[in-house]
Design a protein around this ligand. Structure first.
Ligand SMILES: *[C@@H]1O[C@H](CO)[C@@H](O)[C@H](O)[C@H]1NC(C)=O
Ligand SMILES: *[C@@H]1O[C@H](CO)[C@@H](O)[C@H](O)[C@H]1NC(C)=O
Ligand SMILES: *[C@@H]1O[C@H](CO)[C@@H](O)[C@H](O)[C@H]1NC(C)=O
Ligand SMILES: *[C@@H]1O[C@H](CO)[C@@H](O)[C@H](O)[C@H]1NC(C)=O
Ligand SMILES: *[C@@H]1O[C@H](CO)[C@@H](O)[C@H](O)[C@H]1NC(C)=O
Ligand SMILES: *[C@@H]1O[C@H](CO)[C@@H](O)[C@H](O)[C@H]1NC(C)=O
Ligand SMILES: *[C@@H]1O[C@H](CO)[C@@H](O)[C@H](O)[C@H]1NC(C)=O
Ligand SMILES: *[C@@H]1O[C@H](CO)[C@@H](O)[C@H](O)[C@H]1NC(C)=O
Ligand SMILES: *[C@@H]1O[C@H](CO)[C@@H](O)[C@H](O)[C@H]1NC(C)=O
Length: 484
């Protein structure tokens, strides 16, 4: 009997010891994986999708602060963040003010003789005849007309194709989806670019070709980060990295400096990438919520003259910028947003896109306020048959929801692509929540564990009535849940 008790005690203590030792080994391992995440090579460590989205967030934040290997512009601190994001698409108060006493651009003499002493009906019929050369303005509250001859293509404009910095030969890859981004504006812009590319990669299943235009001092970190993605994802992705390049016939620094650094780079993509037939250009505040395959489908709906798939700059005339302030022609009723563009480059090259855009810049440079977007709108004003209007859920921005939802299709289709314009991507709120969720996603995790659950956690602390929180939370979670 005693023997049996002794034996039992012996086994019990053995099991206990084992448990204790096991616990310590286990917890040491756990600590190790957490620590791994603090190191730059985040993707090589063990993956923990559920355990610690919060600690991962802390870790990456710390890492951001600690690592200064890729810091380029030390001036790019928080206060200048907002203004350096989204080149080309946000406008400060100063530039929005229009000079009401200023005469509109164009041939004013012609306008005066044609429109003087006419009744409103007569004016309307003149306008109908003169479209697309004429545009109406409100000057001092009165309707005025102006004429805008389209400048002739400038044959002397020379755009040399870009060469990949990694020495890769450019291939057409017609079977793949081509995505192009421009990383310009230091460390923050580089990090944003990588999150945009990651959001495209996580959800898609097809082969992707990234065309990344990047400043000299961010090329290496982009290459390293993309190479760090796991083989399973890398196997279907080809990426090219190019220097920021403007036409050799033009003043490079002038073009680079228009409004926001490099925001006009996108204009020259057709001629810079002669091997590429079609590309989706997105600004680096973009986050894909639906699959990139779905926006690519719009290509099948282009007719034979269309080459530019873009969304309206606004949905509601009361919020419109162009209809109230523009001093130059613009596409359609409310203009187009140039932050997401599905472009048939073959047709744009046939159209002599770059040769047309340079003289437009020369003619309108004193009038434009929103940089590249204004130039593109001038060109497309004269050639509206080349535009395919992509609905607003594919370019959902702060101004769609800050005073109630104006993108009506969002209510049925959900948000397919989110853009953190006006610095929203780094400001407290729903845009930043989605951005950081993608940023912290570990390849290999399921959509549920890696995106949906962390996003729910991030939204928990946000008040629903704050502008944009509710629509973004509900729509993004619903769509991502669909992919789980
Ligand atoms: C993350 O940081 C916050 C404040 O900096 C802290 O309160 C929280 O406990 C941290 N979370 C983890 C899991 O370390
Ligand atoms: C960060 O940069 C500063 C100044 O260039 C340098 O003194 C410091 O050693 C760097 N820190 C790290 C962790 O690289
Ligand atoms: C812009 O103008 C509005 C109204 O005048 C004002 O409330 C807002 O603070 C201004 N914003 C900036 C950035 O100056
Ligand atoms: C408006 O334009 C007129 C004429 O070009 C100029 O004299 C005036 O200084 C301008 N006012 C402002 C506020 O820019
Ligand atoms: C403006 O239009 C008038 C009348 O059509 C024409 O005579 C004049 O040459 C034009 N001026 C310019 C600068 O185009
Ligand atoms: C417009 O009316 C004024 C005064 O009635 C007249 O002097 C002027 O010549 C008219 N202009 C045109 C283009 O008919
Ligand atoms: C990934 O691919 C590279 C090159 O093909 C190979 O050297 C490496 O071992 C692979 N890594 C894994 C984890 O399979
Ligand atoms: C782009 O346009 C060219 C020329 O019209 C056409 O051959 C090509 O198929 C188009 N690309 C796509 C993806 O539709
Ligand atoms: C293509 O669609 C645009 C916009 O609806 C239209 O203006 C254009 O005429 C169409 N082109 C052809 C060849 O049907």
């Amino acid at each position: 009997m005693r023997q049996k008790v002794k034996q039992a005690l012996y086994w019990i203590s053995l099991v206990c010891c084992g448990l204790i030792v096991g616990y310590y080994i286990g917890s040491a391992r756990f600590k190790e994986t957490v620590q791994l995440e603090w190191e730059p090579k985040r993707h090589s460590g063990a993956i923990s999708c559920t355990a610690s989205w919060a600690s991962r967030m802390n870790a990456t934040e710390q890492q951001d602060q600690m690592s200064n290997s890729s810091v380029e512009h030390s001036s790019l601190k928080t206060e200048s963040r907002v203004s350096t994001e989204n080149p080309g698409n946000d406008v400060g108060n100063k530039t929005l003010e229009t000079n009401q006493t200023e005469k509109p651009h164009g041939n004013f003499t012609q306008h005066e003789t044609l429109t003087q002493n006419k009744t409103n009906d007569e004016l309307q019929s003149i306008q109908a005849q003169e479209t697309p050369r004429m545009l109406n303005f409100f000057v001092n509250g009165r309707k005025r007309f102006d004429f805008f001859p389209e400048p002739q293509p400038l044959e002397t404009v020379q755009v040399e194709p870009v060469v990949d910095l990694l020495g890769k030969k450019q291939l057409p890859f017609r079977e793949c989806i081509h995505l192009s981004v421009v990383a310009c504006g230091g460390r923050i812009a580089t990090a944003d670019t990588l999150v945009t590319l990651k959001s495209a990669a996580i959800l898609s299943h097809t082969c992707l070709v990234f065309h990344v235009f990047a400043e000299d001092n961010s090329q290496k970190s982009i290459k390293n980060e993309l190479n760090n993605w796991p083989n399973k994802t890398r196997d279907r992705i080809t990426f090219y990295i190019y220097p920021i390049t403007y036409p050799s016939s033009e003043d490079q620094s002038e073009w680079k400096g228009i409004l926001k650094p490099c925001s006009t780079q996108r204009i020259f993509i057709p001629e810079l990438l002669p091997m590429v037939d079609t590309v989706l250009y997105v600004e680096t505040d973009t986050l894909f919520i639906n699959r990139i395959e779905d926006i690519w489908q719009y290509l099948t709906r282009f007719n034979s003259t269309q080459f530019a798939g873009m969304s309206p700059a606004h949905e509601n005339p009361a919020d419109g910028w162009y209809n109230r302030n523009a001093r130059q022609p613009y596409y359609g009723k409310l203009g187009l947003d140039s932050g997401v563009m599905l472009l048939n480059l073959t047709r744009m090259r046939e159209f002599k896109w770059s040769k047309r855009l340079v003289p437009i810049y020369r003619q309108y440079k004193d009038k434009i306020v929103r940089g590249n977007q204004d130039l593109i709108n001038v060109a497309l004003y004269f050639h509206s048959d080349t535009v395919f209007e992509i609905p607003c859920e594919w370019n959902y921005r702060f101004d769609h929801c800050d005073r109630g939802n104006t993108c009506l299709r969002m209510e049925t289709e959900g948000i397919a692509l989110l853009r953190g314009t006006k610095g929203k991507i780094h400001a407290d709120g729903p845009f930043r929540a989605v951005h950081e969720t993608y940023r912290d996603y570990q390849f290999g995790c399921s959509i549920l564990e890696g995106l949906v659950q962390p996003l729910k956690e991030r939204f928990k602390t946000m008040r629903l009535h704050t502008s944009c929180v509710k629509p973004i939370r509900e729509s993004v979670l619903a769509i991502l849940t669909k992919y789980t």
